[in-house]
Design a protein around this ligand. Sequence first.
Ligand SMILES: [Zn+2]
Length: 105
Amino acid sequence: MFSHSALNLREFDKMPEACPVCGFRFEIELGFYWGAMYMSYGLSVIIVVLVGLGLYHLANDPPTWVYLTTVASIVVVFTPFLFRYARVMMLYFFGSVSFDPKYKV
Ligand SMILES: [Zn+2]
């Protein structure tokens, strides 16, 4: 679904116009992926809560700056993955697209 690796920080967001395997056009309608921002936000919140709970229990409730720097750096590091998963979820939930193992590359 994406043209480059998620680790390619300059082009992780690039998508081909259509799927090279089945020809499906990814931009279902203009601005379709705007909704992915909300998905991405939701995923970020899940990470923030999980990392916060993890720090609270595993690091014995460290000072606030530890929470802030840890959560912020983890969310920043995961940004390319959140971006991509949000788009995939958007397609799956609102684009009436589902995974067909027949086309698995
Ligand atoms: Zn395809």
